[in-house]
Design a protein around this ligand. Sequence first.
Ligand code: GLU
Length: 400
Amino acid sequence: MSAPSFATAAPLAASPPCLKNFRRIVIKSGSSLLVDRGQGCVKRSWLESLAQDIADLHRQGADVLVVSSGAIALGRTVLGLPERDLKLEDSQAAAAVGQIALARIWAEVLSDRKITAGQILVTLGDTEERQRYLNARATIGRLLDLRAVPVINENDTVATNEIRYGDNDRLAARVATMASADLLILLSDVPGLYTAPPADNPDAELVPVVLRVDETIEAMAGVAASRLSRGGMRTKIEAAKIATAGGTHMIITDGRVAHPVSRLNDKAPCTWFLTGSNPVTARKKWIAGALEPRGALHVDAGAAKAIASGKSLLPAGVTRVEGNFTSGDCVLIRDFRAAEIGRGLVAYDASEAVLIAGRNSQDIPGLLGTPGRAVIIHRDDMVLARDRITPREPVTNGNS
Ligand code: GLU
């Protein structure tokens, strides 16, 4: 018999890690939490309490990212559109109007707590196409370096049914793995995952810890979407699969209360989805095992030494460029004897790499005619041959 995939009782249920142990946390809030259904405006005092929780985590040193829904729900009220069954162009128009308000409110509540907010609107391609993914990842990374809080939503004004997430649960999970977050908190309108949909099953029990998302867990998820939000438990389980495969733990908890995040420190009911990995290992495993190298960068002894000590590869250390790759592809890093010393995701196309090889990073704008990244392979996008872990099971998480 295989090991159980969940636990409903102590001691496992009592053992999940506590919030202050996480260094990068994504918090996702749904529309029905943020927007007052009757008035069609933001629930300000609730949002203030969430902003305070964010500020507390931020002050303790964590990087915090917010994935906020609510654009369509806010915009449709302003435009006098119906609450349900919007046509595509109506939801795009509603998102255009509502997103401005949403971004302003987030900027205000965070700035009241001395935190700078930065808006990022993403489409499916930004998380699924490697080049755009690396670009979005770099922007998020820079904002976090600068201690800003990215406030992220899907760009619903241009997303069409074929090319959209449609729900912010899975979007938040992709953002979490993209940002190498170690925790994703989904604020929901239920306290967590139940052994059966609680509306029809009075005996349903809250599951405190999920160790592995398998068929038993999937069977527990109903379709309990409220009228304002898009995601039900099913999209949350999908999110859990993405997050845990990418090395991110996930929590589902009830967001309908004040201070929904800090309550978790006081044992608020919730479901933890635990991962056995961590974002760095999961990502490096993906780079090491799932990608076909498209070329190679030969490097000098100085660069080989620098990357061995954990540094990024700069164009100055590249002596020769081999292959016909595009930026975002996986390439090998070879030393002066042509031995493979690592591999990684390259920030430039091969034709650009040839131009900047051996040159100082400050010369890049002059050489390429556009400002570019200072590094040719960032250390987070690199696996050294000496650290290579051969993946045992296939890594399905495309861009983790
Ligand atoms: N992106 C949508 C919005 O901001 C919400 C999607 C969702 O509710 O998950 O209105």
